[in-house]
Write a new protein. Structure first.
Length: 64
């Protein structure tokens, strides 16, 4: 895997994590009516961590 392919893979995974994290945050905050047996604070924490991690990876990849 060359450097260009590695950067593309990191960018795609960062953007995907950001989108999934955003969906988790929206579900945890009640904007998307999803009922799961998990407390909303856990969903909010998972979504927030994924959002921050995905954004960090995407920005780092784009800044190189």
């Amino acid at each position: 895997m060359n450097n260009k392919d590695r950067r593309l893979a990191l960018l795609i995974s960062g953007v995907a994590d950001t989108l999934i994290g955003t969906a988790f945050l929206l579900a945890g905050l009640g904007f998307v009516p999803v009922k799961i047996g998990i407390p909303s604070i856990i969903i909010i924490l998972i979504g927030g961590i994924m959002l921050v991690a995905g954004t960090t990876v995407a920005v780092y990849t784009l800044s190189r």
